[in-house]
Design a binder for this molecule. Structure first.
Ligand code: SAM
Ligand code: SF4
Length: 347
């Protein structure tokens, strides 16, 4: 195992069989070694900085029906909300006053906004606060829509592939969604000049070592600017309500591997990780993550963005508590950074 870790750190790649072995035979000693190598590698590119981004969950409506997600259209139990452009701008204003210079606008694929209305929100943010970066995460769209948003000033786009195994993709999504389109989106986004993030849930139903390795291989091939991974957490009103929760330990182990595969990537310690483990954020940051995204949505709607059960949106997950979050980051020997947080090649 030590040799595998050394090889991964030196060459930024392993063969398929080696990755399978590294994951299948994982143990605590290997996890510690991987985390140390990953933290060293992060330090080499980004110093001790941890980037803080304000996450605005702008709509809980979604036209899709992903089996794992509480926002799926068939979930009639969820009370839905949609922020107006003015409300989104107001949240950015609050975030700006708190010091945030990087905003992430995430939501379901909501037909209630036209592509043009989202473009208007992005350009309004850029007009008012030109020193900020805007990340969109609004699902699968046409190349033209992605171009419109990019022209409006969007800097980045998050779209997890969810799984790089076509058959597994088919068990997580209904037939009106396809793996091909997901991948088409990722390549369109990259060609349009976005900083692009992909990623997957750890422990999603039907995921085994083979599926994880395919995701890692996709990440290595695609060379994303950002990688988001977090544990799968069941949501009570979805078809996967009775499934098991993804493991924090495996998530952090994979965070370290991903840091070594794509060393310059921006990698968040996600809210999902912190939801499944009380020390999830600290563990993720020690394992090679370098981003935190506290919740900057209006307080009154936070509970309604119920993608999974018991999702945290208070305490250090809340943007208003950013000073306490900074304190935690410092206590880990790291430096909170509220700047734009660009990928190192784009600075
Ligand atoms: N609709 C956009 C999309 O699907 O890309 C963005 C919003 S979606 C809620 C953001 C991410 O939440 C998804 O990429 C998925 O990985 C994650 N997610 C959804 N349901 C989840 C669950 N039950 N547990 C953990 N993560 C989940
Ligand atoms: Fe919609 Fe995204 Fe949830 Fe799928 S994961 S149902 S696209 S919000």
């Amino acid at each position: 195992m030590v040799q595998l870790v050394e090889k991964l750190a030196a060459e930024q790649s392993l063969t398929h069989e080696e990755l399978v072995r590294l994951i299948r035979d994982r143990d605590d000693a290997t996890a510690r070694l991987l985390a140390q190598k990953a933290a060293d590698r992060r330090r080499g590119y980004y110093g001790d900085r941890v980037i803080l981004r304000g996450l605005i969950e702008f709509t809980s409506f979604c036209k899709n029906d992903c089996y794992y997600c509480g926002l799926r259209r068939s979930n009639r139990k969820l009370s839905r909300y949609r922020l107006t452009g003015e409300q989104i701008l107001a949240q950015c204003g609050k975030g700006y006053a708190l010091g945030f210079r990087s905003f992430v606008l995430q939501g379901g694929e909501d037909p209630g906004y036209s592509p043009r209305s989202i473009a208007q929100v992005v350009s309004a943010i850029k007009d008012r606060w030109p020193d900020t970066a805007v990340t969109l995460s609004a699902g699968e769209r046409s190349r033209d829509t992605y171009r419109l948003w990019r022209d409006a000033g969007a800097d980045r786009y998050l779209l997890r592939e969810e799984t790089a195994d076509r058959d597994h993709y088919g068990t997580l999504h209904p037939g009106d969604m396809s793996y091909e389109n997901r991948i088409r989106c990722l390549y369109d986004l990259k060609e349009l000049g976005y900083q692009v993030g992909c990623g997957f849930m750890v422990g999603s139903p039907g995921q085994g070592t083979e599926q994880i390795v395919r995701d890692l291989e996709l990440i290595r091939l695609f060379q994303p600017h950002m990688v988001g991974i977090g544990p799968f957490i069941p949501q009570k009103d979805t078809p996967f309500a009775g499934e098991g929760t993804g493991s924090a330990g495996l998530t952090c182990y994979l965070l370290s591997i991903i840091r070594l595969l794509v060393p310059k990537a921006m990698i968040p310690a996600t809210t999902a990780l912190n939801t499944v483990h009380p020390q999830g954020r600290a563990w993720g940051l020690r394992s090679g993550a370098n981003v935190c995204m506290p919740d900057l949505s209006p307080v009154q709607v936070r509970g309604q963005y119920a993608i999974y059960d018991r999702k945290l949106c208070t305490g250090l997950e809340a943007a208003e508590e950013v000073e306490a979050l900074k304190e935690q980051i410092r206590s880990l020997g790291l430096l909170p950074d509220m700047g734009r947080g660009d990928h190192i090649d784009l600075r």
